[in-house]
Design a protein around this ligand. Sequence first.
Ligand SMILES: [Zn+2]
Length: 189
Amino acid sequence: MYEVFTELLAIPNYKVVGSEISEDRVTLDINSTLDAVACPHCCQTSESLHERHRRTVRDLPVSGKPCYLRFVRRRFYCHNCNRAFCESINFVQERRDYTNRYQNWIFHQVKENNITAVQRCEELIYDAIESIFFHEAKLRTPAEPFADLKRLGIDEIALRKGKGNFALILTNLDTAEVVEVSKTARKRS
Ligand SMILES: [Zn+2]
């Protein structure tokens, strides 16, 4: 029944098994298709389910509505190492309540607009959008940002319109990669 949803979801090893659609949001229940996962310490696969934690994360919008993914984060027990481990999840980072692709999408939205505009569309608080923006910026910053840099592009975007909060985005013009993103504040003239 949910094959089309699973295809649209496009997260490897996950399938949609349920949905809840209301006026203001879409929630998709997704399950891993893997019964056994490899232990990160010894690489031996384990099927021994140890614990299950329910999680809900924000994902890209569906038909203009905010979309949330509901899933179970599983802990398995490795009988080789005699300890439990969390299965690794490739679509969301540890301690984040949104997917990697949502973070990437917010980063681009903020770059094109400003946080206040994005905040209105996403119905999230200012600090949440700002934190997502800088997490993605950090992810995009290479370990040696100024190595092999020949031409530097400098962009300044208003984080909060008219309040003097800016983000300075430095880009390597030859590779189009973000080199550094920093927050600046300036008094209004
Ligand atoms: Zn192990």
